[in-house]
Design a protein around this ligand. Structure first.
Ligand code: DGT
Ligand code: CA
Ligand code: CA
Ligand code: ZN
Length: 578
C-alpha cells in the first residue's frame, strides 16, 4: 500500500468512528480529504515534512486534518483516533463489510447491545435482539443475517481492482532483478476474474534462490508465509502471493499450467492424450512408446513459450480471459476464437457523474479529464432523484434541465470531444423509469439502473425498462456489489433478446466493486445479440482508469469490439442512441 493510501485509509477510519458517534459534518470532511489524498499524485509523507501548512494545499484538507496527517507521518499514529477506538472497541471493518451496516449502525448497535464483532452481530440477530433496537425492524434484522452470510463467504477473496495493481507492482519490481529472465502474473489474476483467491506470479530464471530472496525482500510483503528454493509465499494486505521460479526452457509450460483455470487445463490435457502426447507444467511431450512415468519423460515438443504449448496441440494461442472451459478449446480447434476487444478501442465513457449528484468534480472537470485521455465522446449521466433511489443524491428534473443547457453549451465550445447530455434514471421495482418522459426525450442518452430492491428475480423489471423507448443503456444490471451482495437474479438470455430488439445496450460497469454484468453473463448477452457498453460510472476523474477492468470483464464474455457500443465511431453511436 502506498503511503498516500495508508493515510487515506486512516482518515476514512476516523470518519467511520465519528459517524458511529453520530458526529455531524466532520465525517464528510474527513472522507473528502481521504479521497483527495488517495488521488494526490505526489507523496503526502514528503509534503508533511514541510508541516501542516503544506498539507493544506491539497483540496479539501483543512488545518485540523492537516495536523493529523503530520502527526501520523511523525509518530505513526493519530492519538485522537486511538482514543476513539478505545471508546468504541468495535471491529469496524468486519462489521461494516456487512451490506446495510454502516458506521452509524455500528454505533447504535454497540450502544444498545454492546456488539463489537461479527460474531456478536450474528448472535444478536439470531436471538432477534436487533429488531427491538429503536430504528431497526424485523426486516433489517433478516437483511443483516443474510449480509453476514454473504460477507463471510466472500471474505477470503480480494477484488481484482485491488489485487491487480499490487500484482503489477510486484511484477515491475521483479523485472528489475537481474536474475529474472521472464516474469508474468498467472492464475485468476491473469484471467481477470472479478475476485481473486490468491495472486500467482511466475518467474523464469536459472538462479531461483536469488529470485526467491528478492521476492521475500519486497517492500510490499507484510509477512513471509514460506520460502523455499523454487517457490515462496508472502501475505500483503490480507492477500497471499505465491511465487514460483522455473527454468526458462519450461517457462511457457508453467505459465500455461498456472494460469488455469483447472477446467481449461483438464480439457487441454485430454486433447493431448488423444494425440498420444502428455501435457503438464513442464511441457508437452511425445510419449509414444515411452514407459517411464517421470513427468519429463519423452521428447519435449513444447514448453519454452505459451503459444508453443497450444501449437503442440494444433491450437492457436487462447487468451487467458477465455480459459474457463466455456467452449474455448473447441472454438480454437475450429479457428473461430473471438477477436477480443482491447482497452485502447474504447472511444468514450457513456456513464459519468459530476458534483451535481454524488460525484466530486464539475462537468467541465470530468469532460476535460476525458478529453485529456484522448476520448472522442463522453456522456454526463448524473443520478435522477425519485422512486427507486437510495440516499439523497439524485437531482430534480428542473436541475437536470439546467444541466442539459450547460452540457449543450460546453459541447458547443469544445472541438476536441463530444459531450452527450444524459441521466442515470432509476428502474423502480415495477420497471418504470424515474424521470418524466418529456425530459428523457430531450436528453441524448439515458442510462437506467436498478438501485433499490436488489433481491429476487429482476428479469421482468429490467425488460420493462429495456423496452422503454428512451432508455439506451441498462446500467449495472444486477446491482451486485462484489463480496457484499449478490444483486438481482437475471435470465440474461431473455433480457438480452429484448434489449437487442430495442437498441438498448447492457452495461459492463467497470467499477471494480461491481464488474456488472460479469463475464459469463456478457457471453450470454452477446450470444443473444445484445450490444454491450463498457462504462466506468466515474464519480471522479481518477476512476476513468477503471475502464480496463470493464474491458477485460467483457473479454471474459468473448466480446469483440463490434459488440461494444462505446468502441464505435461517434456517428454509429448517435444512430444507436436515436
Ligand atoms: P483463485 O486463486 O482461487 O482466484 O484461482 P486460481 O485459478 O488462481 O487458482 P490457484 O491459485 O489455486 O491455482 C493457480 C492455477 O494453477 C490454477 O488456475 C490452475 C493451476 N492448478 C493449481 N492446482 C491445480 C490442480 O490441482 N490441477 C490442475 N490441473 N491445475 C491446477
Ligand atoms: Ca490464484
Ligand atoms: Ca495460488
Ligand atoms: Zn452511476
Amino acid at each position: 500500500m502506498s503511503g498516500n493510501e495508508s493515510i487515506a485509509d486512516l482518515l476514512e477510519a476516523f470518519a467511520d468512528f465519528l459517524d458511529a458517534k453520530d458526529v455531524e459534518y466532520k465525517p464528510r470532511a474527513y472522507r473528502r480529504a481521504a479521497e483527495n489524498i488517495a488521488d494526490y499524485p505526489g507523496d503526502i509523507a514528503t509534503l508533511a515534512e514541510d508541516g501542516a501548512d503544506a498539507v493544506t494545499e491539497i483540496e479539501g484538507v483543512g488545518d485540523a486534518i492537516a495536523s493529523k496527517v503530520v502527526e501520523y507521518v511523525e509518530t505513526g499514529t493519530i492519538e485522537e483516533l486511538d482514543e476513539l477506538r478505545e471508546e468504541l472497541p468495535v471491529d469496524m471493518d468486519a462489521l461494516t463489510s456487512v451490506e446495510g451496516v454502516g458506521p452509524k449502525t455500528v454505533g447504535s448497535l454497540h450502544e444498545a447491545l454492546g456488539i463489537e464483532t461479527l460474531d456478536d452481530l450474528e448472535a444478536a440477530a439470531e436471538a432477534s435482539e436487533i429488531q427491538d433496537v429503536s430504528g431497526f425492524g424485523a426486516k433489517t434484522e433478516q437483511n443483516i443475517l443474510a449480509g453476514i452470510d454473504f460477507a463471510r463467504q466472500a471474505h477470503e477473496r480480494q477484488l481484482l481492482g485491488e489485487a491487480r495493481p499490487r500484482g503489477e507492482a510486484l511484477k515491475r519490481y521483479l523485472e528489475r532483478v537481474d536474475a529474472v529472465e521472464a516474469c508474468e502474473l498467472a492464475g485468476s489474476l491473469r484471467r481477470w476474474k472479478a475476485t481473486i483467491g490468491d495472486v500467482d506470479v511466475l518467474v523464469g530464471s536459472d538462479d531461483a534462490q536469488t529470485v526467491v530472496d528478492a521476492f521475500t525482500d519486497w517492500d510490499g510483503a507484510d509477512r513471509i508465509i514460506e520460502a523455499g528454493t523454487q517457490k515462496a509465499s508472502v501475505r500483503t494486505d490480507g492477500v497471499r502471493i505465491d511465487l514460483r521460479v522455473v527454468a526458462p526452457a519450461e517457462f511457457g509450460a508453467a505459465l500455461q499450467y498456472f494460469t488455469g483455470s483447472k477446467d481449461h487445463n483438464v480439457a487441454l490435457r485430454n486433447r493431448a492424450i488423444e494425440r498420444d502426447l502428455k501435457m503438464n507444467e513442464y511441457g508437452v511431450f511425445d510419449v509414444a512408446g515411452v514407459e517411464d512415468d517421470d513427468q519429463r519423460a519423452g521428447d519435449r515438443i513444447a514448453g519454452e513459450t505459451e503459444p508453443s504449448m497450444y501449437g503442440a496441440l494444433e491450437l492457436p494461442w487462447i487468451a487467458p480471459e477465455l480459459r474457463e472451459n466455456r467452449g474455448e478449446v473447441h472454438a480454437a480447434a475450429e479457428n473461430s476464437l473471438p477477436d477480443l476487444v482491447e482497452t485502447e478501442a474504447v472511444r468514450g465513457d457513456l456513464h459519468v457523474h459530476t458534483n451535481l449528484s454524488d460525484g466530486n468534480e464539475t462537468i467541465e472537470g470530468m469532460v476535460e479529464a476525458a478529453a485529456e485521455r484522448g476520448d472522442e465522446y463522453v456522456a454526463i449521466t448524473d443520478h435522477a432523484t425519485g422512486p427507486g433511489m437510495v440516499g439523497g443524491v439524485g437531482v430534480e428534473d428542473e436541475q437536470l434541465r439546467e444541466q442539459l443547457t450547460e452540457v449543450r453549451a460546453l459541447d458547443e465550445s469544445r472541438e476536441d470531444i463530444t459531450v452527450f447530455a444524459g441521466v442515470e434514471a432509476n428502474i423502480t421495482t415495477d420497471g418504470s423509469v424515474s424521470v418524466a418522459d418529456e425530459l428523457l426525450a430531450e436528453l441524448d442518452l439515458v442510462v437506467a439502473s436498478p438501485h433499490a430492491g436488489l433481491d429476487g428475480d429482476g428479469t421482468d423489471r429490467l425488460i420493462t425498462a429495456a423496452e422503454h423507448p428512451h432508455v439506451d443503456v441498462i446500467g449495472h444490471p444486477t446491482g451486485r456489489y462484489l463480496n457484499r451482495r449478490p444483486g438481482l437474479d437475471l435470465d440474461v438470455e431473455r433480457l438480452a433478446t429484448v434489449a437487442a430488439g430495442h437498441d438498448t445496450a447492457l452495461e459492463v460497469n467497470a467499477n471494480p466493486q461491481r464488474l456488472d454484468l460479469g463475464g459469463s453473463a456478457v457471453k450470454q448477452a452477446i450470444d443473444a445479440g445484445a450490444t454491450i457498453a463498457v462504462n466506468t460510472d466515474a464519480h471522479r476523474p481518477a476512476s476513468y482508469e477503471y475502464v480496463r477492468f470493464g474491458v477485460h470483464t467483457a473479454r471474459r464474455g468473448w466480446a469483440e469490439a463490434a459488440d461494444v457500443l462505446n468502441t464505435w465511431p461517434i456517428e454509429d453511436v448517435k444512430s444507436f442512441l436515436s
